[in-house]
Design a protein around this ligand. Sequence first.
Ligand code: THU
Length: 135
Amino acid sequence: MRTEEISRLIAHAREARLHAYAPYSRFPVGAAVLTLDGRIFTGCNVENASYPAGLCAERNAVGSAVATGVTEFRALAVCGSESAYTTPCGMCRQFLAEFHVPLVICAKSEDDYIVMTEEELLPHAFGAGAIKETE
Ligand code: THU
């Protein structure tokens, strides 16, 4: 991916973070996912008084894209803390693996980020192939 594309995706994630609903953790997170056809969908974390019902930014962004019929992605950017790289939680890694999101960009800012491949993020992922083998 070109540097400008990465910066743009991060900017969208940072914008989405402004809308985070995180009254319990006070840890706002934003995510933006780039589709194969060039569109960007965003999500933020949405917490709940029943804590486990809360939703992470990454799953919110991917879910928004899937709701429009898109299931093919090029990359996802996630922005939480500005002083440390926020990396997807285990549940989000599994969720991203479902759609084979090839690159995940964990950003402090538009020009300070790390990039992880699908394999780095969740090696030996459990996927559809494993279920089919048992049929
Ligand atoms: N969170 C995300 O939305 N994405 C991450 O990558 C890490 C954690 C949210 C979940 C919860 O609302 C808050 O951050 C604190 O864990």
